[in-house]
Design a binder for this molecule. Structure first.
Ligand SMILES: C[S@@+](CC[C@H](N)C(=O)[O-])C[C@H]1O[C@@H](n2cnc3c(N)ncnc32)[C@H](O)[C@@H]1O
Length: 243
């Protein structure tokens, strides 16, 4: 499997922020692909108890947990994992003491798998729910932290109107994350500059988290980008319009 670690389907093109369609569409952007993938992983879990792929490796979870700990984010903060897959990140957060954890995924087999992993690990307080993040239910709101590991990447590869889906992703994020809440994204398809452009409306960058570097042709780059954004405060003029 690979979205992780590769910049999937990226054709040559002009510089960051200039492309409307930066990637070739791929099955990795479809629900059918993820349903089939997690159906297989569910079977493997039942056969041998293996939770399956950890996207971007264990270090990607350590990086997120370290940041939360460094910022002394209270352990009862509400955390949403967008496109949780097998839910292992939330299990690790629960092991680190976080108590208000929710994972959503549009693939019912991913949620089935994450519930089984939760059961095996004895972390019954983690909430999992089948939800399409591009059409979030009203109850999905007020989160203090949102985390995305590979889901914005997958959505960006959707063969059907990926540009519109990326815009909807940003709208959904604004509706589920509290003003001044934190958004931690790990991506292998987008560079830092491109992500800054994608999330420029309503978010400001707080920090780039260190990821492994590679050297190619004398230039140094990262194959994975990990950023922390903060949702901007609602301006009084916007609040007036919402009243
Ligand atoms: C690359 S996998 C990453 C899984 C998990 N975050 C991890 O790090 O292991 C992308 C995940 O996003 C989910 N996904 C893609 N589009 C989604 C959407 N619109 N709403 C909810 N989940 C989505 C897929 O089902 C899949 O579980």
């Amino acid at each position: 499997m690979a979205v992780a670690g590769e910049r999937a389907g990226r054709p040559a093109g002009p510089g960051p922020g200039c492309r409307e369609e930066p990637f070739s569409p791929s099955v990795l952007g479809t629900r059918e692909h993820w349903d089939a993938a997690y159906e297989r992983e569910l079977q493997t879990f039942e056969d041998i108890g293996d939770a399956g792929e950890i996207w971007f490796g264990e270090e990607s979870m350590v990086r997120i947990i370290r940041w939360l700990e460094k910022q002394q984010i209270p352990l009862d903060s509400s955390v949403l994992d967008i496109g949780t897959g097998n839910g292992v990140l939330l299990v690790e957060l629960a092991k680190s003491g976080y108590t208000d954890l929710t994972g959503i995924d549009y693939s019912p087999s991913a949620i089935q798998l994450s519930e089984k992993v939760r059961e095996k690990e004895g972390m019954s307080n983690i909430k999992f729910k089948v939800e399409d993040f591009l059409a979030p239910s009203a109850e999905l709101s007020g989160f203090e932290i949102c985390i995305d590991k590979g889901t914005f990447d997958a959505i960006s590869l959707n063969p059907d109107n990926a540009v519109g889906k990326r815009k909807q992703y940003v709208r959904s994020l604004c509706s589920v994350l509290k003003p001044e809440g934190f958004f931690l994204i790990t991506s292998c398809n987008w560079t830092k500059e491109e992500l800054l452009n994608e999330f420029r409306e309503g978010f400001e960058i707080l920090e780039e988290l260190p990821t492994p570097k590679f050297c190619f042709g004398g230039r140094i780059g990262n194959s994975v980008t990990a950023l922390v954004f903060q949702r901007k405060k609602l301006r009084p003029s916007i609040l007036d319009k919402l009243d």
